[in-house]
Design a protein. Structure first.
Length: 605
């Protein structure tokens, strides 16, 4: 190896955290959350080191600096708290503190009994810029000095989102079943009173007529059948138009404004698919893949078939124009006040496209939140999160036993997942009616609601859940009979589960422990039908116990470990039932009815 042209640094900075894929992607935090930076910092020899975190927000010219402290075994840590949304940069700075090194050497010589320190004192005087110095003055000096300053070769990044990206309650509804935009506008105050943060609307665009689906996904639509909202595009336009039966764009703008007044966000579905009647098929035929016979293949996900839609061709020679057109669709709705998008099947589109699009949109408006509807392989789901998605659907719907839930939460909280992946625990969707709900009835719905609302900072329900809708189209299917995807329903906000929804949303807002994911500790119950866990944030501790059996009472214990840091005996308040109980470290007896739960706040004694 040839001799280096410049002298390499002697200070080593290693294992910096957070660094996602060696800095390829940014970590995630929300506004107001401290960003803890850790690194191994060391040097040959006995010199005393100093270190700091340097940080800079979007559009800022000057770097800020926060001190790093030595933790143990060459591990250093420091924090900074971003005060603006967007992508921040940070670096780790380390140096030799010559004055501290000199003081340390002087102290060790004095403690070792050396008395001839004239040379050392002259050296200290030179460092301090004085003519003479005695040992006591030298040791008492608190000045610092930076020498051999070293930093990472390039800064690392962290994406700062608003709180809604981490914490919120979602309610999904089809506007056409509530009287269009004006009908939805009327129930916004009620949804806000229930404690929801986001009202998510499936596609609101014109619906194609060619190959329109009928009731229960029938290939032939009957007169008056409205079709699937995901068959986007018709005579009234494409992705930047609204379905005329829902109202006008002005009606939509009024809906968004009214939602803001109520403290709600309107989330739109961004689905990259077109009905055969979408204007892009005429205006940009080069964006679609054609078979040798000239026909365009309709969308499929075997065994499912979607005869009413076509996918775009991301391998088109005009792919750049396609990317830009799709970005402009999102920005169109951002201009109309939309700050939240649920993205349909992002795992079937190129990851680099999403990384580019999300960065482009959030550069314009860093408040925008993207939720990935990606039910696919875990590696792809994690990569979509790294590429920019602020939240993701999860496998929660299919995790119904104690071991499934504990194992899955362990996966979601294992580093680096909490730094990149934010789960949204939807209890049901228009496509997913799990067998547990079908067979378990109201107790199963209640148990799943409590689990979703207390395990995950973000969760959602699709309308009908609060009314215990649970009839499948056939045995063994997760599709609803008379699915709202293909027909209108007359919805009302009057389901019997809504009082529990309201109370849980209130409890979530009042207890910070329920606003984070990676603070969960599972507790032993001595009964596989009882799941128990504690969540702690600062001084707020919440203990949840849920009976997973929707058919029978279950009894067991909740074992509180010493590691939770609670006193030997304490009082808990049931935030659902209102009762107080005396608990202690160790075994605490629990008996719950079918699907019932305890959500207990710890009151210290």
């Amino acid at each position: 190896m040839p001799t280096p042209q410049t002298r390499p640094p002697r200070i080593q900075i290693e294992d910096v955290w957070p660094a996602i894929d060696c800095g390829r992607y940014p970590a995630k935090r929300t506004l107001g959350e401290p960003v803890e930076v850790r690194a191994d910092i060391f040097r040959d020899g006995h010199e005393v080191l100093g270190a700091a975190v340097r940080f800079k927000g979007p559009g800022m010219r000057q770097w800020g600096e926060a001190p790093m402290e030595h933790v143990e075994n060459d591990r250093w840590a420091g924090t900074f708290t971003p005060d603006a949304l967007g992508r921040w940069q940070f670096n780790v700075l380390a140096w030799v503190d010559r004055l501290a090194s000199w003081r340390d050497e002087l102290r060790r010589k004095i403690e070792g009994g050396q008395t001839d320190l004239a040379s050392e004192l002259r050296e200290g005087a030179a460092l301090l810029g004085v003519e003479t110095l005695d040992a006591a003055t030298g040791l008492a000096s608190t000045q610092t000095d930076r020498s051999e300053v070293t930093q990472l070769g390039r800064p690392l990044e962290v994406e700062i989102d608003r709180e809604l990206a981490r914490f919120g309650a979602w309610y999904e509804l089809f506007p056409r079943s509530w009287g269009g935009f004006q009908g939805v506008e009327k129930i916004l105050p009620d949804l806000a009173a229930l404690g929801f943060d986001v009202v998510y609307l499936p596609p609101i665009h014109p619906i194609g007529e060619t190959n329109r689906k009928g009731r229960n996904n029938a290939l032939q639509a009957a007169p008056g059948d409205p079709g699937s909202p995901w068959a986007i595009g018709g005579k009234a336009g494409g992705h930047t138009a609204v379905e005329p039966t829902l109202g006008t764009i002005r009606d939509f703008d009024r809906l968004v404004a009214r939602a803001r007044e109520c403290g709600l966000e309107i989330a739109l579905d961004f689905a990259i698919q077109m009905s055969p009647d979408h204007p892009w098929l005429r205006e940009h035929p080069e964006w679609f893949h054609r078979r040798p016979d000239g026909t365009i293949k309709y969308a499929e996900n075997p065994p499912k078939k979607y005869q009413d839609i076509h996918n775009v061709n991301f391998d088109s020679s005009e792919w750049q124009r396609l990317w830009e057109a799709l970005r402009d669709v999102v920005l169109f709705w951002v201009e109309h006040g939309v700050r939240v998008f649920r993205v349909d099947n992002p795992h079937t589109k190129p990851v680099p496209f999403w990384e580019w699009l999300i960065r482009e949109v959030r550069t314009v408006d860093p408040e925008v939140v993207f939720l990935a509807e990606a039910f696919t392989r875990p590696k792809m789901m994690a990569t979509l999160a790294k590429a920019g998605f602020n939240q993701s659907y999860t496998y929660f719907t299919w995790k119904n036993t104690k071991w499934e839930l504990t194992d899955y939460i362990a996966d979601l909280t294992r580093p680096p997942m909490p730094l990149i992946y934010r789960p949204n625990f939807f209890v049901n969707t228009p496509d997913i009616l799990h067998e547990y709900l079908q067979r378990g009835g109201p107790p199963a719905f209640e148990a799943r609601l409590v689990l979703a609302a207390t395990l995950s900072p973000s969760y959602g329900i699709y309308s009908g859940f609060e009314s215990f809708e649970r009839v499948p189209v056939r045995d063994g299917s997760e599709e609803y009979l008379d699915s709202e995807k293909y027909e209108l329903k007359k919805r009302k906000l009057d389901g019997p589960l809504l009082p529990l929804v309201k109370r849980l949303n209130q409890v979530r807002r009042e207890n910070e422990a329920l606003q984070y994911l990676d603070n969960v500790t599972f507790l032993e119950t001595e009964n596989e039908q009882l799941i128990a866990y504690a969540k702690r944030h600062d001084g707020n501790v919440v203990i949840c116990v849920v009976n997973l059996d929707p058919f029978a009472d279950r009894e067991g214990v909740a074992v509180i470990p010493v590691q939770l840091g609670l006193p030997p005996a304490f009082t808990v308040r049931d935030l659902i039932g209102g009762d107080d109980y005396h608990w202690r470290i160790g075994r605490n007896y629990v008996r719950l009815g079918p699907g019932k739960s305890h959500v207990l706040r710890v009151d210290r004694v």
